[in-house]
Structures are given as structure tokens and as C-alpha cells.
Design a protein around this ligand. Structure first.
Ligand code: B3K
Ligand code: ZN
Length: 877
């Protein structure tokens, strides 16, 4: 496998003005005819008149230039390319290829899923369909003709507008689609199948009527409402917040069972994993509803941030992904609880992304090189990328940020551009110097901020000293200081104090000057606040204003005060996390019998549970102790079993001490209202089920009876699944029967069966590896379906840390075996699945050796995919 470098980027030698495709879909194979209108790129470097197209796993049946066959001597197929010598400056290339979608298990290119044909072309899947310049800076106008048997495939879809639909003789029919917007091949899509649809329409701000359709299997028609509502909300929101209007008369979503990712933003024909579009109360949890809303919005927002303005090359992936994740996060916080959304996003970042940034695959949000681009659809590109855009928003403020975004879309509409173009637009629109800020695009690793505070009563000044340091990452030994926006407030007895930063004139325009964003730009810096009349508690990194690790040596008293009274919801929650980590650390060092939970933590939790004025969703989040994944980021080296035991000890102790208030909370939040997936109800369920999880740790009959009663009576999946989880994870006497009943009730719903797999795979009780192996032989399991693989194998390896790290290493070898097998059918899924093994350096020496053995056993397989090869080889380096 070959490494590709950003520094080697060159403009394409040829451009494709027009792309005409004709698909003849059939049961044995599919014939693809393409007619490409090509011309030499005026900006290309001078070179021989030679055309090199991408193509893989294609059978070439015919090739003509301007109607004349291309002689064998003039063409050469090698590896993933087709070279043609002596081509004119402008010409049409006609090409006929044959492909076998039925046999395509990689779920990339054209493939079949539950009887339907569908495509996934991002990043480099189009080359599995026909020979093409499969790179995002080649944008072309597409016309697509689809021919197929009518009875099997009554619905034939592609991008853009339908221009022809007609019956053919012999039971076939055809449609022709024209997309007026030039696009790169990765945004091409085709769907053919026996699908039903739910329709609606949307009137845009300029009065255009847009037809909206969601295509699903007939049995899923009752699960489309939430996606449709989310789509309309997203369309309205993008007009209001970003001034972005939809640009075609039709917008289609298609749901597909077998899909490697969540969804794909193909122009006007979004293709979705069923898990990200289908939802109804009986089958879908609150989390599922929120995911549908977020992903529908994300894909829709790509129409501007991704499609109208796309990426020049794949190193710029975060240009569209970081920006679009930022946009969908803003949307979700506007739709629900902003603080909850922020806490969830930060939790993901501080576990998965910080881990990636500290591991062998660490990369900047704009990587310098890659072997396989599919490996770079990462939490770094997406979530850290979104944090970088969010920092721009914080630095510029909402108005200048909007000016920058308008300028970006105006300047680059219809172009394939770079992250630099985005930053430049922000810079030009705001007049701010973002020179040093650009380092966020090129430096990997998580900066650490060490902050200290000093109060001088005599001079009435408070000084914050801030040091920043970023650890080395592969290929980057030394790091330069970054531009870090540090949002701060100083809390006095009666609330946040007015801030006057020494050396900067007070800004008369801001009436609320109790919060300030400090520009941290040097490796060490001092910020002096004047006229501070009492010793304050600093509230730092408010709203998590930058993706960094923060060290400040708070006293317990200060943390408890922040947790109680900081006006920043994120900081309140984060204070509880710091206290939680400290408690678990203490439980780790105490021996089992002598550990006693801290009184003040119990009191703080009791206060939360008894205060009706608080946001219930935030109370629920605060009550949950730091996750095992987060603890594995802050405790070094990671003693998985020690962490688990200590965390359980704290949970048991809290449950016992708080039993009565938890019970009262559980009762008070049990309601028989009709289910709505809305913030107030979601918050209530979340708090109730958090209480349930604690109460199930108490021995008495009243507590032990709760989960069974809830399981038997609940009308929605959120409550039912929480009850099932409580029963199974605590080995309640009723758990076997509950599992059996749950399966009986839902065996016809694949997405519910996946949750059934996942509950069992994440059971921390010993013996789960054997259960997972047995479940792989269950008739409902299918190794070809990524959702099933993720629900069972993925959930076990990534979430069930105690069992994944069982001391004999059997689970490491199990994962290695699955990766080897999956690599032959679906390399993208194989490569994602193996991530838990790549973190071997973090664990205790015994685990390290066994994890490395498992990696080496993968490395020894001849002919690994480039996907798996890249991840395994880099993690062994
Ligand atoms: N852009 C797609 C990701 C496609 C991944 C290809 N391996 C989904 C999204 O981010 O919207
Ligand atoms: Zn995206």
C-alpha cells in the first residue's frame, strides 16, 4: 500500500464537463455505459496527452474516443487505473463496463441491500462503478438513465430532476435523471428497488415548492414521521440561521439496511442507514430519536457545506465535515437542551477523540498523508473539526462568523476548495488575524492548559497564569503554541464578578462583562483582572471553549461551589466529573472493606435530586459518574479492572446512601403521558432511568421489583430498554425471561434486535465473551450487516472494557479473528472494529503484550486490505 501526501496535490490534467451514464440493472450483472465530455484542464501543468482514469474491479467491455474504438496498444490497465495515450485536447470518451453489485460485500460503489440496488460513493467508491476521474475537484453535470425490471424495481432514482419515465417492452422500465448542479462523483447516487414512500412538501423562503420523499420498505412506512419533521425543521433553520435556501424542486431520502456509515449526503438523494432515519416510540429510544434528528439535519446541511461548496481533495475532508457537524450541533441545541447537547458532545470528544489524538493514528484535522482515506472519517476530522469551527465562532462572535460564512458560500459556490479558503473568508469578513489559529488545522494532539490563580487583596487584583503545552504525536515531535480561546468568569459570593482585564479598555458596548474570552497565544501568559474585591473561584473553559485538557488545582470546596452555583451549565457538570474522578481514584486505592463514600459528594447529589428547579436532563447527566472510557483517559496507566471495581464501589455506596431520594425521584418522574420525543419528556425519562440504574444496586424487594414492573408495563422503547438493561446487567432473576420475551416481541424489527444484541454484549458480568460468540450463531445475526456487527462485536470490544480486557487475552484474539474474517468482505468495517486494539500502549504491561500479539496475528495475514493494513501497521510502529 502506498502513502498519499497533501504536498503532492496537483490539479487534474483533464476536466469532465458532462457525464452521461446508463445503467442496465439485472440479476447476474449490471452493464454501465458512460459518455464523458472531457477537455484538457487549462491550469494543468504541461505534460503528455495522456488520460489516467480510476477504476477498480471493473470488467471493461468497450472503449471509444469520439466514436472510434481505442486500440489495445494505446490503453493500459494497471492496479486501480486505466491509462489512455494520445488523447485530444477535447473529446468524448465512451466506455462500457460490467460490474457485479450482487457480489459486492464492501458496501462501497453499487451494491445490493435487502433486494434493492443502492450506491455509496464517498470517498472513492465511484471507481467501482465505471472508469472516471474519481476525485472531488473534478465536478461534472450528470445525466443518468436507469433501466430495470419493473416488478422487482418499481422505483428508480438518481440525483436531480426526473426528466423521463417510461415503460419498455419485456417488463422493464426506465427513468432519466438530470442534475443541473455540477458535482464530484462522490455525490452521485442511484437507487432501484421495491420501495414505498412518505411525502410532504416545503416552501422555501423565496417561495419555491420542494417535494420531500422518504423511501423505505413498506413495513417501515410508520417510522418516517420524525425524520420528515426533522428535515423540515432543518430546512427552515438553515434559512434562518445561515441564510441557506434549498436549490432543487425535489429532496429524497432512502433508507437502507446494509450501510457502512450513518448516512450520505448525495445531491438531492440522501441515502441513510435505517438506524438513522426510522423511528417510532415503540421501537426507538430517545437517543435514537435524537440521532435521527441530528443525522437528517447533518446530511441536509451538507447541501451547502459539502455539495454547493465541496472539498478540493480528501485532505480537506474536515472542511465539509467539521463545519457540518458544527452546524448540526447548533441546530440540535436550538431544538432541545443546549447544555445537554454540549455535555454529550464534549463527552464524546474527551473520550474517543482525545484517545485518538493520543494514539498511533493521531492526525491533524487536515492530515498531511494517508494510506486509505476511509480510515480518516474519524472523530478528529468530524468532532475536533467541529470544535475548531466552534472556536472561530467564539473568537469572531455570531455576527462576524455569519458574515464569514456568507462570504465563504458566495466566493466559492460551485467550487472545490480548501480549509484555507474557509479560514480566509472568516478572516476577511471579520478583520481578525487568524494566522496563529491556522495551527489547529496542521497540528495534531490535545493541548494541555495548566492554569493557576492568585488573588492579591492589597491591589485588588486577580491573576490567572496560563501555560500551554501539546504532547508529541506521530511525525510531529515539536509543537508551536496555539491560539486558544479561553472563556472565563470569576465567581464571587453573590455571583459572577465584573471583569476588567488589565491593559484592555473596558468595552462600553458589552453590558454583561462577567464572562470574557481570553486569547491564549503563548506558551506562558498572565492575565490580570483589576478591581476584584474578594477572592473569586475561577470558572474556566466555559462551555468547553476549546478542545483542550484543563488542569487547575481546585479545592473540594471550590468544586462543590462550582457544581452548585456556576451559571455555566457545562462547568457545573464538569465540576461534578472532577469530583467523581477523585472519588473513584480514592476507591481504587482504598481496600474493598474500608472504602467509604465522601459525605460531601453524597450531599451534593442529594441536593441535586431534591431541587425541582433544575433541568432534569442535566441532573441525570451529573448523577452519572465519569464513564469508564473517560476514566481511561485520565488515569494512567489504565488498570481496566481496578477502574471498574472502584467505579462500581462508588455506585453501590451512592445508591445505598441515596436510596430514599432516588426512589422518590423515580416515582415522581414516572408518568403515563403519551410519548413525545421532546426535551421535557426526554429529560424526565433520563432522570427516572438513571435513578432506576442506581436503585437496582440496592438489595431490598421494593428496588428489585422496579425494573421488572417497568419492563412489563412500559409503552415506549426508552423505558423498556432501560428496564431490560437493568435486569440483564444485574443478573436479576427475571433477566432470562425478559430477554426471551423481548426477542419474541421484536424479532421482526431488525433495529430492535440490534438493541437486544447490544444489551447482552455490554453486560459487564463474567462470561460475556462466550455469550457474544453464541449470539454470533443466532439466526438474527448476520456478519454482512454492519449494524449487527457494531451492535454485537463492536459494542462488546469498545464498550465492555472489563470483558474485552479479560486477563487471558481471549477477547483480543477473538477480535483479531473477526477482523481477519471481515477484512475479506468489508475492509472499512474491519478496520473500524479493530480500533480498541490499537490503544495497547495505555494498558498494564501484561495486557500490552497480549494486545500486541493479537495485532501481530492480523499483520501476518497475506493480502490485507489497505484499510486494515494502515491501522495495524501504524499501531505497531
Ligand atoms: N459524508 C458521509 C460519509 C461517507 C463515508 C465514506 N466512507 C457521511 C457524512 O458525514 O455526512
Ligand atoms: Zn457529514
Amino acid at each position: 500500500p502506498r502513502t498519499i501526501y497533501l504536498k503532492d496535490y496537483r490539479e487534474p490534467d483533464y476536466l469532465i464537463d458532462r457525464t452521461q451514464l446508463r445503467f442496465e440493472l439485472a440479476e447476474e450483472s449490471t452493464v454501465v455505459d458512460s459518455v464523458l465530455t472531457l477537455r484538457r484542464n487549462p491550469n494543468a501543468e504541461p505534460g503528455p496527452a495522456e488520460l489516467t482514469l480510476h477504476g477498480t474491479e471493473l470488467e471493461l467491455l468497450a472503449l471509444e474516443i469520439d466514436g472510434q474504438p481505442v486500440a489495445q496498444e494505446r490503453r493500459r490497465i494497471s492496479g486501480e487505473t486505466l491509462h489512455i495515450e494520445g488523447v485530444p485536447d477535447a473529446f468524448t470518451l465512451s466506455c462500457r463496463t460490467q460490474i457485479r453489485p450482487q457480489e459486492n460485500t464492501s458496501l462501497e460503489g453499487l451494491y445490493k441491500s435487502s433486494g434493492m440496488f443502492c450506491t455509496q460513493c464517498e470517498a472513492e467508491g465511484f471507481r467501482k462503478i465505471t472508469y472516471y476521474l474519481d476525485r472531488p475537484d473534478v465536478m461534472s453535470e450528470f445525466e443518468v438513465e436507469i433501466v430495470a425490471e419493473r416488478s422487482r424495481y418499481p422505483v428508480l432514482l438518481s440525483n436531480g430532476n426526473l426528466t423521463v419515465a417510461e415503460e419498455l417492452e419485456d417488463g422493464r422500465h426506465r427513468t432519466v435523471w438530470h442534475d443541473p448542479f455540477p458535482k464530484p462523483a462522490y455525490l452521485f447516487a442511484l437507487v432501484a428497488g421495491d420501495l414505498s414512500r412518505v411525502s410532504d412538501c416545503f416552501t422555501t423562503c423565496s417561495g419555491r415548492e420542494v417535494d420531500l420523499h422518504i423511501y423505505v420498505e413498506d413495513k417501515d412506512l410508520d417510522k418516517c414521521d420524525h425524520a420528515m419533521t426533522s428535515l423540515k425543521n432543518a430546512m427552515r433553520w438553515d434559512e434562518k440561521v445561515y441564510g441557506r435556501e434549498y436549490d432543487l424542486d425535489i429532496f429524497n431520502i432512502v433508507a437502507v439496511d446494509d450501510f457502512n456509515m450513518g448516512a450520505m449526503e448525495n445531491k438531492s438523494l440522501n441515502i441513510f442507514n435505517t438506524s438513522c432515519v426510522l423511528a417510532k416510540p415503540e421501537t426507538t429510544t430517545d437517543l435514537g430519536f435524537q440521532r435521527v434528528e441530528g443525522v437528517v439535519a447533518h446530511e441536509y446541511f451538507h447541501n451547502w457545506s459539502g455539495n454547493r461548496v465541496t472539498c478540493r481533495d480528501w485532505f480537506q475532508l474536515s472542511l465539509k465535515e467539521g463545519f457540518t457537524v458544527f452546524r448540526d450541533a447548533q441546530f440540535s441545541s436550538d431544538m432541545g437542551s443546549a447544555t445537554v447537547k454540549r455535555v454529550e458532545d464534549v463527552s464524546l470528544l474527551r473520550t474517543a477523540q482525545f484517545a485518538e489524538d493520543a494514539g498511533p493514528m493521531a492526525h491533524p484535522i487536515r492530515p498531511d498523508s494517508f494510506i486509505e482515506i476511509s480510515n480518516f472519517y474519524t472523530v478528529t476530522i468530524y468532532e475536533k473539526g467541529a470544535e475548531v469551527v466552534r472556536m472561530l465562532h467564539t473568537l469572531l462572535g455570531p455576527e462576524d462568523f455569519r458574515r464569514g460564512s456568507d462570504l465563504y458560500f458566495e466566493r466559492h459556490d460551485g467550487q472545490a476548495v480548501t480549509c484555507e479558503d474557509f479560514v480566509k473568508a472568516m478572516e476577511d469578513a471579520s478583520g481578525r488575524d487568524l494566522g496563529q489559529f491556522r495551527l489547529w488545522y496542521s497540528q495534531a494532539g490535545t493541548p494541555r492548559l495548566k492554569v493557576a490563580g492568585y488573588y492579591d487583596a492589597d491591589s485588588e487584583t486577580y491573576t490567572l497564569t496560563v501555560q500551554q503545552q501539546c504532547p508529541p504525536t506521530p511525525g510531529q515531535a515539536e509543537k508551536a503554541p496555539m491560539h486558544i480561546p479561553l472563556a472565563v468568569a470569576l465567581l464571587g459570593e453573590a455571583g459572577a464578578l465584573r471583569l476588567e482585564l488589565d491593559g484592555t479598555p473596558a468595552d462600553p458596548e458589552t453590558s454583561d462583562n462577567t464572562q470574557m474570552v481570553l486569547d491564549v497565544t503563548e506558551s506562558e501568559q498572565r492575565f490580570v483582572f483589576n478591581n476584584i474585591k474578594e477572592e473569586p473561584v475561577p470558572s474556566l473553559l466555559r462551555g468547553f471553549s476549546a478542545p483542550v485538557k484543563l488542569d487547575y488545582d481546585y479545592s473540594r470546596q471550590q468544586l462543590l461551589r462550582l457544581m452548585r452555583s456556576d451559571s455555566d451549565g457545562f462547568c457545573r457538570w464538569d465540576a461534578s466529573q472532577v469530583l467523581g474522578v477523585a472519588e473513584i481514584r480514592r476507591a481504587m486505592t482504598a481496600d474493598a472493606d474500608s472504602y467509604q463514600v465522601s459525605e460531601d459528594l453524597v450531599d451534593a447529589f442529594r441536593a441535586l435530586l431534591s431541587d425541582d428547579s433544575l433541568d432534569k436532563a442535566m441532573v441525570a447527566l451529573t448523577l452519572q459518574l465519569p464513564s469508564e472510557a473517560y476514566l481511561a483517559e485520565v488515569i494512567e496507566p489504565v488498570d481496566v479492572h481496578g477502574i471498574y471495581r472502584a467505579r462500581e464501589a462508588v455506585r453501590y455506596a451512592l445508591a445505598e446512601s441515596l436510596r430514599d431520594v432516588l426512589m422518590a425521584c423515580y416515582r415522581a418522574n414516572t408518568s403515563d403521558e403519551v410519548y413525545r420525543p421532546e426535551a421535557d419528556q426526554i429529560a424526565q425519562r433520563s432522570l427516572k432511568n438513571t435513578a432506576l440504574a442506581y436503585l437496582m444496586l440496592c438489595d431490598d424487594d421494593e428496588c428489585q421489583g422496579l425494573a421488572k414492573a417497568q419492563f412489563d408495563s412500559s409503552q415506549n422503547m426508552t423505558d423498556r430498554l432501560s428496564a431490560l438493561t437493568a435486569l440483564v446487567h444485574n443478573l436479576h432473576p427475571y433477566h432470562t425471561e425478559a430477554l426471551w420475551r423481548f426477542y419474541q416481541d421484536w424479532q421482526h424489527e431488525p433495529l430492535v434486535v440490534n438493541q437486544w444484541f447490544q444489551v447482552q454484549a455490554t453486560n459487564r458480568q463474567p462470561g460475556t465473551l462466550e455469550t457474544v460468540k453464541e449470539l454470533m450463531a443466532h439466526p438474527a445475526f448476520d456478519i454482512r450487516n454492519p449494524n449487527k456487527v457494531r451492535a454485537l462485536i463492536g459494542a462488546f470490544c469498545a464498550q465492555n472494557t472489563v470483558n474485552f480486557h479479560q486477563s487471558d487475552g481471549a477477547a483480543y484474539q477473538f477480535l483479531a479473528d473477526q477482523v481477519k474474517q471481515l477484512d475479506r468482505s468489508n475492509p472499512q468495517i474491519a478496520s473500524r472494529l479493530l480500533v480498541p486494539l490499537t490503544k495497547w500502549r495505555k494498558y498494564l504491561p501484561g495486557a500490552q503484550t497480549l494486545m500486541k500479539d493479537a495485532l501481530n496475528s492480523i499483520m501476518a495475514v497475506p493480502e490485507l486490505s489497505s484499510d486494515v493494513f494502515e491501522v495495524v501497521s501504524k499501531s505497531l510502529q
